[in-house]
Design a protein around this ligand. Structure first.
Ligand SMILES: Nc1ncnc2c1ncn2[C@@H]1O[C@H](COP(=O)(O)OP(=O)(O)OP(=O)(O)O)[C@@H](O)[C@H]1O
Length: 207
């Protein structure tokens, strides 16, 4: 699904990623761990096409990153993003927030997805009427509504208590079992144990 070879990234002259090689298979749940500043976010940004690497190759199925003609379309059709902060819009309902990611999604489709996440009763609520854990589940629904092949999540539980964090990782496991590739950066080594595979980044290198 994703094959990375000899990937390096510099911010100006500072090396942030050094000669990364990895292969991620379809439906794998991958955790990227490492200390603050080790390079987790940079690796995730590069893998998810948000940042163009200084050198190296990334191949998605059979397409080389450098050969993708319309990166916006590629992202829209293939990738879902989840961040530490949910970035929901307060004056839009849960349903409307999800429709921002896919305006064609019907109320029934959104309801079914929310049901999978255990929050279908919140469909007409507004973000400030629901809990932090519920907001993050809405953000997960928003990432899933386009049926992406790959989900990238950068510290998705950074803002949640341990119970909600575990819940989010268990949801990731469920979605990985249905064939979605999940790649999560976290500093939480215990949560990372729930993934199929853990990569540790240290000083910009994979251990
Ligand atoms: N936009 C940027 N410009 C310059 N340097 C950056 C930028 N983003 C990150 N860096 C540097 O690159 C290195 C890796 O940072 P990165 O954010 O990838 O680490 P991280 O493991 O995700 O850290 P954290 O867990 O604190 O988010 C650090 O030395 C950081 O200071």
């Amino acid at each position: 699904m994703i094959k990375v070879t000899n990937l390096s990234h510099y911010y100006n002259k500072d090396l942030a990623l050094e000669n990364i090689n990895l292969e991620i298979k379809s439906g794998e749940f991958i955790a990227i761990i490492g200390e603050s500043g080790s390079g987790k976010s940079t690796l995730l940004s590069v893998l998810s096409t948000l940042l163009k690497p200084s050198s190296g190759d990334i191949i998605y199925e059979n397409i080389n990153y450098n050969d993708i003609k319309n990166i916006d379309d590629f992202r829209k059709n293939n990738i879902g993003f989840i961040f530490q902060f949910h970035y929901l819009i307060n004056y839009l309902s849960v349903k409307e927030n999800i429709n921002l990611a896919n305006e064609k999604a019907s109320k029934d489709e959104i309801f079914d997805l929310l049901k999978l996440l255990g929050i279908e009763n919140l469909i007409n609520k507004y973000p400030n009427e629901i809990s932090g854990g519920q907001r993050q589940r809405v953000a997960i629904a928003r990432a899933l509504i386009n049926n992406p092949k790959i989900i990238f999540a950068d510290e998705p539980t950074g803002n949640l208590d341990s119970k909600n964090s575990l819940n989010v990782f268990e949801l990731f496991k469920t979605f990985a079992n249905t064939g979605t590739t999940i790649i999560v950066a976290t500093h939480d080594k215990n949560l990372a144990q729930l993934a199929n595979k853990i990569y540790e980044v240290k000083d910009g290198k994979i251990e």
